[in-house]
Design a protein around this ligand. Structure first.
Ligand code: ATP
Ligand code: MG
Length: 238
């Protein structure tokens, strides 16, 4: 198993945001985490990438306990996150942002840059544009591209489709599929549950800091409770 999250509890001060979350991601999979606002999705990703500390529980990566490993070392061993709200450096160009993503690496980056420009043609055209002047969708591409530059085994994506027009949402989902087919394992957090479940192999539903369902993604697409709560479909129509 590539990633094993075992019963993690995470607090913000006295607030317990994660109340014992367990999940697994196997190499080669796309796994999606869905849930309402405030359910703990971002907190889960941040705890996996080392931005938040856990109070109890364990995180294993390739069988090794990384619960106490600092975030920058997790990047080196193959975990990379594209953060919610993008988190790019607005004053830096596209190229500079991408190179920041490779800060832990030595040696030739040309192949990886080519991979990113192959996935996101728009970025290839705009290498020298300051990211602060790019559109929301373009900035999202930079954020994902930057996360790929560390050559992750596991890519953590926090709401990559947020704020994008429908056409661009479809494009981002296609690109996530392509990234996965090129050999990168993906843990995807999405509000856009319908498309996330169509794309992913397996899914977890998070409710107020707890996993309430874990199943093959296709099964959840047909699950009445999931349809009612997350897919905007009323029971009577299904
Ligand atoms: N920095 C913080 N300080 C205090 N509480 C926080 C902080 N960040 C998150 N929380 C709380 O932890 C809980 C989980 O938040 P989290 O951001 O993980 O949710 P989420 O599932 O990603 O939601 P969304 O879909 O809105 O992005 C929420 O109740 C939130 O208010
Ligand atoms: Mg979030």
């Amino acid at each position: 198993m590539l990633l094993e999250v075992e019963d993690i509890h995470v607090h913000y001060g006295k607030i317990e945001a994660l109340k014992g979350v367990s999940l697994e991601v196997e190499e080669g999979e796309i796994v999606t985490l869905i849930g309402a606002n405030g359910a703990g999705k971002t907190t889960t990703l941040k705890t996996i990438s080392g931005l938040r500390r856990l109070t109890s529980g364990k995180i294993l990566f390739n069988g090794k306990d990384i619960s106490d490993m600092p975030g920058h070392k997790r990047v080196v061993i193959g975990i990379s996150q594209s953060p919610e709200g993008r988190g790019i450096f607005p004053g830096m160009t596209v190229m500079e942002n991408l190179l920041m993503g490779a800060y832990t690496r030595k040696g030739d980056l040309s192949e990886d840059l080519e991979r990113v420009f192959g996935l996101f043609g728009r970025l290839a055209e705009r290498k020298d544009q300051p990211c602060g002047t790019m559109s929301g969708g373009e900035q999202q591409m930079v954020a994902i591209g930057r996360a790929l530059m560390s050559k992750p085994k596991l890519l953590l994506l926090d709401e990559p489709s947020m704020g994008l027009a429908p056409m661009l949402v479809n494009q981002i989902f296609k690109i996530i599929k392509e990234i996965n087919e090129q050999g990168t394992t993906v843990l995807l957090v999405e509000q856009n549950a319908q498309q996330a479940l169509q794309l992913a192999h397996r899914a977890y539903v998070l409710e107020t800091g707890r996993v309430v369902k874990a199943a093959p993604a296709a099964d959840l697409l047909n699950d009445p409770e999931v349809r009612e709560a997350y897919l905007g479909a009323s029971l009577s129509q299904s």
